[in-house]
Structure formats: C-alpha cells, structure tokens
Design a protein around this ligand. Structure first.
Ligand SMILES: Nc1ncnc2c1ncn2[C@@H]1O[C@H](COP(=O)(O)OP(=O)(O)OP(=O)(O)O)[C@@H](O)[C@H]1O
Ligand SMILES: [Mg+2]
Length: 254
C-alpha cells in the first residue's frame, strides 16, 4: 500500500455528527461531511437551513452541542476561532464584518495578521506582505480605492473587500458565506474568475450560495441542507435536478 498517497487522500476537514440547537430549534442536526483538498463544495438550502451556523461551528465561532471536527487530522474541540483561522481555515461573513472606519488597505492588512506572516514581522516579510496586498487589490479592482474607508465603498466593492481580506491570508480552506449575493452579473463573473484562479492555485473552497448560475458554474459537489439536516451531498447536476429538493428549495414543500 502506498502510504503517501493515502495520507494525501485524507480530507482537510472531517466533520462528524455535528449538532447545534438554539432553544428548541435544531439549527444543525447530525451533519457529517468531508472537505477534501481541491474540491469546491457548495452549501445550498432555504433560508434558516443552518448553513451559516454550520460555518460558525467549524470555525469555532459557536460551540457545538455534539459531534467532532478535525482539521488536518487534529480535533478542533475547544480551539478559539483565531487559532482555527491561524491553522489555515479562512472565512468571510454573510454580513461582511469589515472595519468600516478603516481604509481598504488597512482592512486587508488586518486580515494578514491571521497567520499569513510571523509576528514580529521582519523587513523582508513586510515587503512580501505589501506585495501580496498590492496583488490582491489589483485582482479585486480595489487598488484605486486603497485609501478609501470601507464605509464609503459601493456595495459590490464591499463584497470584493471581504474577498480581498481572505485572499491576502494563506488559508488553505476558504469558507465563503454568500460572497456573491446581490452582485450584478458583471461583478459576479469577475468574482467567479477570481475564485477559479485561486482554486487552480490550490485553495479549497466551501461556499454558501443561492445564485444557481454560480452554483453550477463553480461546484464540484453540492451539499443540501434543510432544517439543519444534510439531505443530499454529491454531484451538482444530480442534486440540483432532484425534484424533492427543488420543492424544498423553492418553498413549495407539502
Ligand atoms: N445566534 C442564534 N440564536 C438563536 N437562533 C439562531 C442563531 N443563529 C441562527 N439561529 C437559528 O438557527 C437556524 C439556522 O440559521 P442560519 O443562520 O444558520 O441559517 P442559514 O441557512 O444561514 O440561512 P440564510 O440563508 O437565511 O442565511 C434558524 O432557525 C435561525 O433562526
Ligand atoms: Mg446564512
């Protein structure tokens, strides 16, 4: 048996029997999933399905009621969110959580402090960091806005700033919570192009997305959540063409 190959086949993140309730509501109900290197997984499901809660559990932003999450083979139980982030799990937020009073540059610089560079930082690292941020601002078309405060950006620019923040880190896994929602078609084409480049460079993505063009355009695999339960997990066309799931997704359940 080739041990090296089998080690490389191990999922980056392994999620088993994850549970979380809020009062009487089971927001995440016995969800198990593997996130494998290089696979783009899209989480879909109606509003309130538990998608964001699932992210909050695997990033340590919320404490799970039950289940296990391992990252690179290590159990993350009890790890603070910043530790999980520094270990290579990056995320964006549905409500963006930018630093509104800070400039574009400062927002991205702040994100690199999540483990992309050592602290205290050497001169060589400082130069490398500046170059990395420059490149990210070019790619997200924010270079001309570097001195603009986040609050003064247009909606699409704020979404791209949220992406720029994760792009500037060295996270291996990107958890993206509706990064393209509300974007105009031009912007989401640009968003998809950026994402495809990063995936080609080796980033692993798990994305929550409602726009079916984006879902089909990017996913290797679709995981369908409803009322906290993982109802399907597999090939995008199979999942999206399932009439029972379509009824749930489009709010037409019996
Ligand atoms: N902090 C909280 N306190 C209480 N209930 C919560 C909390 N966070 C989420 N919930 C509830 O848990 C369920 C799942 O919510 P969640 O935000 O994870 O759904 P979602 O799939 O991300 O939905 P959306 O598509 O609207 O973003 C919902 O019933 C929601 O009201
Ligand atoms: Mg959500």
């Amino acid at each position: 048996m080739n041990m090296t190959a089998s080690a490389n086949d191990a999922p980056l993140m392994q999620i088993r029997n994850l549970d979380k309730s809020f009062g009487g509501v089971k927001a995440v109900d016995d969800v198990s999933m593997d996130l494998r290197a290089g696979i783009v997984t899209t989480l879909v499901g109606p509003n309130g399905a538990g998608k964001t809660t699932f992210f909050n559990l695997i990033t340590g932003n919320l404490t799970r009621d039950g289940g296990q999450v391992t990252w690179l083979g290590r159990d993350t139980a009890g790890m603070k969110p910043y530790r999980i982030a520094r270990a290579g799990v990056g995320r964006t937020y549905q409500d963006l959580r930018l630093f509104d009073g800070m400039t574009v540059w400062e927002n991205v610089l702040n994100a690199t402090e999540h483990g992309a560079f050592p602290v205290p930082i050497s001169r060589a690292h400082r130069i490398a960091r500046r170059e990395r941020i420059e490149r990210v601002l070019e790619r997200t078309c924010l270079a001309d806005k570097r001195n603009t405060r986040a609050i003064d950006l247009a909606y699409a620019e704020r979404k791209f700033l949220s992406m720029a923040r994760i792009m500037a880190t060295e996270a291996k896994l990107w958890l993206l919570d509706e990064p393209a929602s509300g974007l105009d078609p031009n912007s989401y084409e640009r968003f998809l192009a950026i994402l495809r480049e990063d995936v080609a460079e080796g980033v692993t993505v798990c994305i929550i997305e409602h726009n079916l063009d984006i879902v089909i355009g990017i996913s290797d695999r679709i995981a369908f959540l409803d009322r906290g339960r993982l109802l399907a997990d597999g090939d995008p066309h199979t999942v999206m063409n399932d009439p029972e799931l379509a009824k749930i997704y489009f709010g037409d359940r019996e």
